[in-house]
Ligand binder design. Sequence first.
Ligand SMILES: [Zn+2]
Length: 559
Amino acid sequence: MPRLAAALAVIVLACARLSGPEPAELVLRHGSVYVGDAAGTRAEALAVRGGVVAYVGDDRGVEAFVGPHTRVVELGGKLVLPGFHDAHVHPVAAGLEASRCRLGGIAEPSALEARIRECAAAQSTRAWVEGGGWELPLFPNANPEKQLLDRLVPDRPALLMSADGHSAWANSRALAAAGITRETPDPPNGRIERDPRTGDPSGTLREAAVGLAARAAPPPTPEELGAALRRGLDALAKLGVVCAHEANATPAFWDAYLAWDASGAPGPRVRAALALPADYASVDPLPAFTAARGQANGARLRAPAVKLFLDGVIEARTAALLEPYEGGDDLGPANFSPEALDALVVRLDAAGFQIHMHAIGDRAVRMGLDAVGYAHAANGARDARDTIAHLELVSPDDLPRFAPLGVVPNIQALWAQADPYITELTIPVLGDERSLDLYPIGSLFATGAVVAAGSDWPVSSANPLAAMEVGVTRRAEGSGAGPGWIPEQRASLEQMIAAYTRGGAWLDFEERERGTLEAGKRADLVVLDRDVFALAPDQISQATVLETIADGETIWRAP
Ligand SMILES: [Zn+2]
């Protein structure tokens, strides 16, 4: 009898085993899991099986998912969040800048000069000295002169992009190599800054004029682009990014993405917005766009969108405004007439592309919204999820238009602080009253539109936690408690996390599969070293990412 009882017990146990869940490959327990749903649900533990969240709940319930081969992570009170989506970023450009000459964040002219000399020495075998990231407020009127760069790089052409990517600083040899002289007219949508006395190019090129010089430089090799892309994606994975929206994929960049996808190297997923070629008005770009879209339709890489730059930036007076810049009648240039933009957006929309627009000035924002409305009228309204990035100055009249048009505000919250870009180069040219409408992030959330968030790296830091902190405080990172700049436009931490997670998933039409840590969704998650909800708001950016998991696969883990 005892033997029979034992045999029965074994059978009962086996049945319990069979009726219980299959073991998970990963269990995270004894921590805090922020599910990221609208209700703000918290759990203690989570299990991942087959790349999917198989369980989210209390510690007791997760035990059933622990098998002999399960990797069990003891969180010890640490925080798990849904993985971050960077809805506007330039990984290839960032990687190129880092491998050539990185000038970002340098606040002293003498340090900038020293760094440029170092870069020239380090690039001794290259025909041109290239790099970027110099901060516009370092120079009066954001206007560096060629004479200084001639002294720093006397022997070769030098071309250095500004931090925002909308201006370039060229030395005399670069201008000569590009054939840019006193006689060269400003190109459409571009400006060659000139010496007011002589009319000679003074060394700064704006917007499309940057291309005149850049085209004369030797193009990066496919190897250089591939290395830059891997460097860029690795850096994003380290910051918790599971999905990156490449915000301007040129054909050469796109080839680098295809090679990366084929290599199978781990990394964040990529959703690319294809770059509009300069000759789009004479050569129909749609066949090339459609071909590129057809080249990658997997989970990792897609090209669902086309990027349109509607205007430039306020600091260089290239943003398109509804009312003139202070002290004149200059409204700033838009890169399209409203009619041309409407026609282009109608064609792209009819071909099923999402429109990813750069719009900084309030006139550019309005043109973007108008064009989407026009496309809906022409093609029939559809769930298109177009997006407008940056949204620096938005007319209060246009705020309520995003949600009904289905346009996703794509915010760069790190910029919503009173740094020298704002205090020295923006408020003086807009005036105090209009400046109260700068970066209306709180208002955008309040409209009910689904908001997505991104970094625009390498324009500024790619760290989502830094952008979340500034979105919440409207102050520089770590600058203590205080009212912040235009404090009524602050967002909550919950809103900022939503924009970086389910807002991004929404933009990808993947809100049913991703963006929150609900059971049944793909396992995209980050483990933080501390609970950001328990921190003072000005400490949020101090948290660091311990592990990033995309689609159930670890793409970065702290050593
Ligand atoms: Zn950008």
